[in-house]
Design a protein around this ligand. Structure first.
Ligand SMILES: Nc1ncnc2c1ncn2[C@@H]1O[C@H](COP(=O)(O)OP(=O)(O)OP(=O)(O)O)[C@@H](O)[C@H]1O
Length: 304
């Protein structure tokens, strides 16, 4: 399998501090890769190395089949990125900022600025100075700037920061459209699962500087299993009842007095009855789906 972007055993240290360690990312052409991790996990660090802002301390990065070096200008021209917050000339209009970017990139394509502004719903605002923009508008202008030169790969570091739910949805729809119509590959980082759940083809989970898992979304969706949650007054006795009286082995004791039972053969009524018969008080019981959120939390908890 060849990848459009691949990091091979990438480590970054600053002074004595190791920011990320042995990161191996694999991104296929045309996919949306969700780069997921809690604050401080190392997402920006990895993306800074991918966009050549930082050099890895160890390991190497391959993009479009080429090894990234400090002079990989050809590779960088084929990419668009937003790392942390996009910055602009605040007194200039949004439109003029984009003109400047095109000049800087040596890119001339009539209508492309108007087109990008329209896609990000900034046509009217385009003539106004950037200093009058809200945070969300600046984020959208940042995305307009990255797609302006028709890049093959977009690297977006938390691009929905500061956007309201409607703004987030606009960005999701736009990214989906870019992938479907222009076969652009997108790497997008976030610490909010629901932002990428519906659009990502693959997710890479990073925690404490380590890539904990790379997994196709399809697989995660299949892993979404249902379970029975059970809250009781006596955890120990309840697990004895589950194991010895109901002969179940696929259950997990959570924190407090809660238990999850992953077994479709047993009903909530039966559990309630047997618990009662054995002197365990059932406080609450019901059926639940294990969500992507649960899956993600489990991964980051195990990765520590
Ligand atoms: N220039 C730096 N010097 C030293 N440590 C740094 C530097 N930049 C980031 N770090 C540390 O490296 C770790 C990873 O930070 P990074 O910004 O990559 O995480 P992140 O996943 O992008 O988090 P966030 O979502 O909060 O931006 C953090 O502990 C951070 O404090």
């Amino acid at each position: 399998m060849t990848y459009i972007l691949q990091t091979n055993h990438v480590t970054k240290s600053i002074g004595k501090k190791e920011l990320v360690r042995d990161v191996n990312i694999h991104i296929k052409k045309g996919e949306i890769y969700g780069f997921l991790g809690p604050n401080g996990a190392g997402k920006t660090t990895v993306m800074k190395m991918i966009t050549n802002l930082w050099k890895p301390t160890e390991g190497e990065i391959e993009i479009f089949g080429e090894k990234l070096t400090p002079t990989s200008y050809g590779v960088l021209k084929r990419m668009g990125s937003i790392i942390e917050f996009p910055t602009f000339y605040e007194t200039m209009s949004g439109y003029d900022n984009l003109v400047l970017h095109c000049e800087y990139m040596g890119y001339h394509n009539p209508g492309s600025i108007e087109n990008a502004l329209e896609l990000l719903h900034l046509t009217e605002a385009g003539s106004k100075p950037v200093k009058s923009y809200s945070l969300g508008m600046k984020q959208r202008l940042g995305i307009a700037r990255t797609i302006l030169t028709k890049p093959e790969l977009l690297v977006l570091d938390e691009p929905t920061n500061g956007l309201d739910p409607a703004g987030m949805k606009q960005i999701r729809d736009l990214l989906k459209m870019l992938c479907a119509e222009y076969h652009i590959t997108v790497m997008i980082s976030t610490h909010i699962l629901s932002e990428i759940e519906s659009i990502a083809d693959t997710i890479g989970v990073i925690d404490h500087g380590k890539l904990v898992k790379e997994v196709p979304m399809k697989e995660v969706a299949e892993m979404n299993t249902s379970y029975i949650y059970l809250e009781v007054n006596d955890n120990k006795r309840a697990s004895y009842v589950l194991a010895d009286k109901l002969e179940l082995d696929n259950f997990k004791i959570m924190d407090g007095h809660r238990i999850r039972i992953y077994d479709s053969r047993v009903t909530t009524q039966e559990i309630t009855r047997v618990m009662h018969d054995n002197g365990v008080e059932v406080i609450s019981i019901g059926k639940q789906m294990e969500t992507l959120e649960d899956y993600f939390l489990k991964l980051t908890a195990d990765g520590k």
